[in-house]
Design a protein around this ligand. Structure first.
Ligand SMILES: [Zn+2]
Ligand SMILES: [Zn+2]
Length: 256
C-alpha cells in the first residue's frame, strides 16, 4: 500500500521560521512518541490527529524555539503520514548532535492515555520508513530515540516493537506470528446481552489474562465491566465495547 501522505497544507501547518539545514542522506530513522498524554479519542476521530500535530508544531516552535515541528514525519492511527520537515531536511527531535544521523518519525502515542500503538500507527511509521528509503536516501536503520540519547522516548511499547525489528502488524514476512484471531466484525457490547462464539472467544482470552469472568458466550454487565478494566489498563478509551483495537490488545498486549 502506498504511503497516505497528509501534506503540510492539508494539516494547515505554519510556515517554518527559517531555512532548513539540508541533509544529503541518513543512516535511517529514529522512532519517537509524544512524551505527553495522547487522548485515546484520536483513534476514532482523525480530525483530532490533525489538531494534535498542529499543537505539537506550536509547542516546538513557540516552546522550544525551533524553526518548525521537530519531526520529519508523523504517523497517526489511521495509517496517515503527516509531512513534518520532510525529506532532506535536518530534524530537531533526535537530540543535539544526533539529528544528521537519522530522520525523525513520530508515532502518535504517548506516555499516558493512548499507550499502545494501534496497527495504523505501526503501518504508518513503516510507510514513512519505506518512503525515506525510496526518496530520501535513508539507510536501513530503525532505532528508538532512546538508542544513544537519555530519554524514555519512544516508550516501552514502541521501543519493544523496534527491538523486535519493527515487523508489519499481521506479519507479511512469511513467519506466522502469535496474534489475535480475526476481529469478528461486530462490536461486542451491552446492553442488550449479545451472544455468540466471538463473545466466548474473547471471554476465554480475558480469563487467560487473569480476569474473573465466565466464558459463557453472553456479553452482559460482567463482560462490560471486565472490558472497561482492561481498557483502562491498556490506556485506550474505556467505553466497555470490544472493537478492533480492544480485541487485538486482548491477545497482543503484554500481560497487565
Ligand atoms: Zn523522541
Ligand atoms: Zn489520524
Amino acid at each position: 500500500m502506498a504511503i497516505d501522505l497528509v501534506l503540510r497544507r492539508d494539516w494547515n501547518a505554519r510556515a517554518p521560521r527559517g531555512d532548513y539545514t539540508q541533509l544529503d542522506s541518513t543512516k535511517g530513522v529514529k522512532v519517537h512518541y509524544t512524551g505527553g498524554r495522547v487522548d485515546p479519542a484520536i483513534v476514532s476521530d482523525h480530525s483530532r490527529c490533525v489538531a494534535l500535530v498542529r499543537s505539537i508544531q506550536g509547542y516546538h516552535m513557540d516552546g522550544n524555539g525551533w524553526i518548525d515541528i521537530g519531526y520529519t514525519f508523523v504517523a497517526c492511527p489511521h495509517r496517515k503520514v503527516f509531512e513534518g520537515r520532510g525529506l532532506y531536511h535536518l530534524p530537531a527531535a533526535n537530540g543535539p548532535g544526533l539529528n544528521a544521523g537519522h530522520y525523525a518519525v513520530l508515532g502518535l502515542v504517548g506516555d499516558s492515555g493512548l499507550l499502545q500503538p494501534p496497527d495504523g500507527v505501526l503501518h504508518g511509521i513503516l510507510d514513512a520508513v519505506q518512503y525515506v528509503r525510496d526518496h530520501g536516501r535513508a539507510g536501513k536503520e530503525i532505532k528508538g530515540h532512546r538508542d544513544g540519547y537519555a530519554t524514555d522516548c519512544p516508550g516501552e511499547p514502541l521501543h519493544s516493537w523496534v527491538r523486535r525489528g519493527a515487523p508489519r502488524p499481521g506479519g507479511g514476512d512469511g513467519t506466522p506470528e502469535p496474534g489475535a484471531p480475526p476481529f469478528p466484525g461486530r462490536l461486542l457490547k451491552y446492553p442488550p446481552v449479545m451472544r455468540g462464539q466471538d463473545v466466548r472467544t474473547w471471554q476465554a482470552r480475558m480469563r487467560e489474562r487473569g480476569f474473573d469472568l465466565a466464558a459463557d458466550g453472553a456479553y452482559g454487565a460482567e463482560s462490560r465491566e471486565v472490558c472497561v478494566r482492561f481498557q483502562r489498563e491498556q490506556g485506550v478509551a474505556a467505553d466497555g465495547i470490544v472493537g478492533p483495537v480492544t480485541w487485538r490488545l486482548a491477545w497482543e498486549a503484554p500481560p497487565g
